[in-house]
Design a protein around this ligand. Sequence first.
Ligand code: UT7
Length: 330
Amino acid sequence: MTAAITAVAGYVPEYRLTNAELETMVDTNDEWIKSRTGIEERRILKGENQGISAMAIPAVKLLLEKRGIGAEEIDCMITCTVTPDMLFPATSNIICDKIGAVNAFGFDLAAACSGFLYGVTTGTAFIESGRYKKVVVVGADKMSAIVDFTDRKTCVLFGDGAGAILLEPNTEGYGIQDSLLHSDGSGAQYLRMPAGGSAKPATLETVNAKEHYIYQEGKTVFKFAVTRMADVCYELLQKNHLTGDDIAWLVPHQANLRIIDAAADRMGLSRDKVMINIQRYGNTTSATIPLCLWEWEKKLRKGDLIVLTAFGGGFTWGATLVKWAYDTKG
Ligand code: UT7
């Protein structure tokens, strides 16, 4: 028995933060942002006390509507995020409560930009074991909550969004075929939020020192991302006796167009087989991959082989091979 993706959905907030607006906030320019990252605008969740659940709830509601099932049928909710509504309780519990998923258990999973791949792999194991029949995996991040909008090195990169998929058992071999996941904690120093955890709880000093914002050594992260993401995609193809010609779509984490190109090149894939929406959403961390699937869903055909891949804070990285399970009408 395999675990198939049987529905996808997403949600992005209305507000568009353009490169032009960022030019009025920090010393940057549209040309630099576009040429170094590919980003033109990103969505920002506005409003008091609005956490990721405000995006995940509409995404999951749409998911259930598309699949035509009730919330009470969900067995498990996995929310992949580094920006939960609160450190605890898990945002999954809040989502389940608000949508009426009364029979589900839920937990949050933190693996930064690779979170969604880790969540899909975990959900797949639950389905393959035969223990659960309907697992929802959400990738949601409100990066604007932890971005320093006076730091031009990071504030141009990130955006807010949420995507969700439903995993169900399949007896015809469709769905998740294989997954290679990696992590290397020695990379923690290069991409992190320094304070707010148990090692350095919030104090007046940590707030004044801006330690509750993302810290990234971009160049170092870039070097690791380019090689690790391309290598793991290549490794996945080799392991499954496939070449780039067998792959219908590459769905890469959207952190930087140059990193995406490197992974596609290593697999021998042309650009028209690569899902890219970084220009409109920026880096939404856990949400990039499900948002791409949502946007491209109508172009996906039953039997298409698809590679999902990501690299991010941790360091964490991985690649997942999917045999798409359904055709979308319309
Ligand atoms: O998703 C999680 C994983 N994260 C990633 O994969 C991100 C990986 N890193 C990157 O994508 C790139 O390193 C960045 C896009 C973050 C930066 O691009 P870069 O080509 O590595 O630029 P850089 O950091 O080396 O900066 C080059 C120059 C610097 O100026 P000097 O020192 O050469 O005078 C920066 O100060 O560009 C300057 N700079 C900017 N200029 C205008 C940095 N940010 C900006 C900006 N606007 N927003």
